[in-house]
Design a protein around this ligand. Structure first.
Ligand code: C2E
Ligand code: MG
Ligand code: MG
Length: 687
């Protein structure tokens, strides 16, 4: 209000002066002192009226101005406080119009630039990478939300700090601000609570003429995960994930270094090559997951057993290698290294707990020395491997030192493989028959067909040497089919010649069973030779049965439905439980010869054989004992109710003609082996 009065002040003065003049002249006129005073007084009244009008107008104008000023002041205050949203209050009076318009333009511009600034800020804050805007000398002017989160500081705490001060002290010396502002590098930042974070830091300069906006932008990306992945990849490339020991590549690398050091310092290096015996059976019987668990446990045992300075590696599946270094050159190291190998074998021989079952495993170890046996990684491994192979050939669960002839054996294996390929075409394969004798009658009730390879210059090669090679090369499929054809042909001839061969059994490999067309092929062979499948028996090992048991069951049921008789070969050497075997349509159980061998002297084996016989019978199976060599073995089997036996006691496996002669003898005079039996022997005498 006082401001309004200030605006109309002159008009009020004019009004007061006019009023005074009008009153003074009026009084003079009334008293008659001055004749013209009436006229003056009249003029004064007119002037008074005029000044009154003027004062009122001034009052009105002043009030309008005042309200406009207030409105502008309010708008200015709002703008000053950063509120650009509401337009400048227009008063409707054009007295301040230009000022209002100018102010409104200013507000709109400010609002626009604020919107841009907020927008930019929200973009910065929504970035997952940490962003720092700095002055040209690296002082932080802005840090986005991700930067604050990564470092654990509020933005205000970061502002004013040098970007270098945010790095871990260990990397600060290497940090060149100028360079960093124009490249991408990996560095390490340090958080408020002292943690270090590896980051990829990308710098770029802000190029502008306005010195106020010059500076750098640094974008820091947390690469902890990537670093971890890199470390993991590096680890995976060098270490075996399952057993956590060096893999083949890393082991060879370490061995190379060790050999070089050994050669320089004149010390001896020993390489022990370990391979589990029959490990495939563990995988086939219990599945690969269990097999893996065995390897894990094995590696743990090895780590605990071997000297701390030794290098352990997993070279493949169930193959491990151990490098012992720093051995004296002048002494024979075979005794201490042999002791180590023995300790390792003892560790391996401790029971493994698999699916609530105790399983005992063994291994074979081959040992080679550097420089004695080889001076480079490849030859040293090859020689230790050859020695290991030898240990395996000797029955496993043992160690062997390398000797030069061993490599010759490996070379021979290769030659054998290539010769085996031509064995079928060259007619080098022959079948030998081993009679099966019924213990109740002493009669031949069947025979097992056993394959021989008659390689010129090598004599008869036993199946134990070439069947594994045939399986490795898949030649077993051709060979197996040849055997089936041959057996059917022989069977036909035996029958034609008047022999009663009973059931002829043949051995089947897992690979044959896995062959998609196996059943079709069997049918076609039987048809070709006019042989009923009921005349034949297929021998399948426990391990073969348990490998992929679902599929095997389906196949065996089909074979059984065709009329084929099925038997489990080498029973007792696998790990199958009886309940697992029960599901298969098996008619015969063949006790492995290793249990029969010393059944008269070994109480454990005697119990085992007795149990197998009882168990087989309780399942309605025929029980056959293999590898019977002595009369006392036969007696034991007889006493314990075994059904049939086969073995050297009844003669070596023989040609079909010889079998025919035995059968013809049987036809003429009764049981050819009756004299070997206690019960039957009392009745029958050899012809
Ligand atoms: P298998 O089926 O267990 O055959 C029994 C093995 O024991 C035969 O060895 C036989 O000659 C041998 N043997 C027989 N009686 C005695 C004895 O009284 N004492 C001793 N110590 N051994 C005896 P062979 O012929 O060397 O065959 C070894 C294995 O080769 C066979 O074991 C069988 O698994 C496999 N095999 C043989 N022929 C074939 C075949 O045609 N196909 C396939 N896939 N495997 C075959
Ligand atoms: Mg057999
Ligand atoms: Mg057998």
């Amino acid at each position: 209000m006082s401001r309004t009065f200030r605006h109309i002040g002159p008009a009020l003065w004019a009004f007061a002066a006019t009023l005074f003049v009008a009153l003074a002249t009026g009084a003079v006129a009334l008293w008659g002192h001055w004749p013209g005073s009436l006229a003056v007084s009249a003029a004064g009244i007119v002037a008074l009226l005029g000044s009154t009008l003027l004062a009122v107008r001034s009052w009105r104008n002043a009030r309008a101005l005042d309200q406009a000023t207030d409105a502008l002041t309010r708008s200015a205050l709002r703008i000053g406080q950063g509120d650009y949203a509401r337009p400048v209050e227009a008063h409707g009076d054009d007295s301040m119009g230009e000022l209002e318009q100018a102010m409104e333009r200013m507000r709109a511009r400010l609002r626009q630039s604020t919107i841009n600034k907020d927008y930019l800020r929200s973009i910065l804050d929504s970035m997952t990478d940490a962003v720092f805007l700095t002055s040209p000398d690296g002082v932080v002017k802005t840090a986005n939300a991700a930067a604050c989160k990564m470092l654990g500081f509020a933005e205000e705490e970061l502002l004013g700090r040098g970007i270098v001060s945010l790095l871990d002290p260990s990397v600060r010396a290497d940090f060149d601000l100028l360079q960093a502002a124009q490249d991408t590098r990996e560095t390490v930042v340090r958080t408020r609570d002292g943690q270090t974070i590896p980051v990829s830091l990308a710098g770029s300069r802000v190029e502008t003429d306005d010195p106020q906006f010059q500076g750098n932008i640094f974008v820091a990306r947390n690469v902890t995960e990537r670093k971890r992945a890199e470390r993991r990849i590096r680890y995976l490339a060098r270490y075996d994930t399952l057993t956590k020991v060096a893999n083949r590549m890393q082991f060879q690398h370490l061995l190379q270094q060790t050999i070089a050091r050994g050669l320089r310092s004149g010390r001896t290096v020993a390489l022990l090559y370990l391979d589990m015996d029959r490990f495939k059976e563990v995988n086939d019987t219990f599945g690969h997951a269990t097999g893996d668990r065995v390897l894990e446990v094995l590696a743990e045992r090895l780590i605990r057993t071997v000297p701390q300075t030794a290098i352990l590696g997993r070279l493949a599946g169930d193959e491990f290698a151990l490098c012992v270094h720093g051995l004296p050159a002048e002494t024979d190291n075979r005794v201490p290294v042999g002791q180590l190998a023995r300790t390792i074998l003892n560790e391996v021989a401790r029971a493994f707990q698999l699916n609530q079952q105790e399983v005992f495993l063994t291994a074979s170890i081959g040992i080679a020395f550097c420089p004695r046996d080889a001076e480079n990684v490849i030859d040293l491994i090859r020689n230790a491997d050859a020695a290991m192979y030898h240990a395996k050939q000797n029955g496993g669960n043992t160690f062997t030192f390398y000797s030069p002839e061993m490599n010759a054996a490996a070379v021979e294996r290769l030659i054998l493989k290539s010769k085996l390929r031509r064995s079928v075409e060259r007619d080098e394969l022959v079948i030998r028959y081993q009679p099966k004798v019924a213990l109740a009658s002493g009669q031949v009730v069947g025979a097992e067909a056993l394959l021989r390879w008659r390689l010129p210059g090598h004599g008869d090669i036993p199946p134990s040497r070439f069947i594994p090679l045939a399986e490795e090369t898949n030649l077993i499929l051709d060979i197996g089919e040849w055997v089936l054809n041959r057996v059917c042909m022989d069977y036909r001839q035996l029958k034609t010649a008047g022999g009663e061969p009973g059931r002829i059994s043949l051995n089947l490999s897992l690979r044959q069973l896995r062959q998609a067309s196996f059943i079709l092929r069997c049918r076609s062979v039987f048809r070709r030779h006019g042989v009923s499948p009921t005349a034949l028996e297929l021998e399948i090992t426990e391990t073969t049965l348990m490998a992929d048991s679902k599929n095997t069951l389906r196949l065996l049921e089909e074979l059984y439905a065709m009329g084929l008789h099925l038997s489990i070969d080498d029973f007792g050497t696998g790990y199958s439980s009886l309940s697992a075997l029960q599901q298969f349509p098996i008619g015969t159980l063949k006790i492995d010869q290793s249990f029969v061998r010393d059944v008269e002297h070994n109480a454990g084996n005697a119990t085992l054989v007795r149990t197998i016989i009882e168990m087989g019978h309780s399942l309605g199976m025929i029980v056959v004992a293999e590898g019977v060599e002595t009369a006392s073995q036969l007696q034991f089997l007889e006493e314990n109710g075994c059904d049939q036996a086969q073995g050297r006691l009844f003669g070596e496996p023989c040609a079909a003609e010889e079998l025919l002669a035995t059968l013809q003898r049987q036809g003429a005079t009764g049981a050819p082996f009756g004299h070997l039996l206690r019960r039957a022997g009392a009745l029958e005498r050899p012809a």
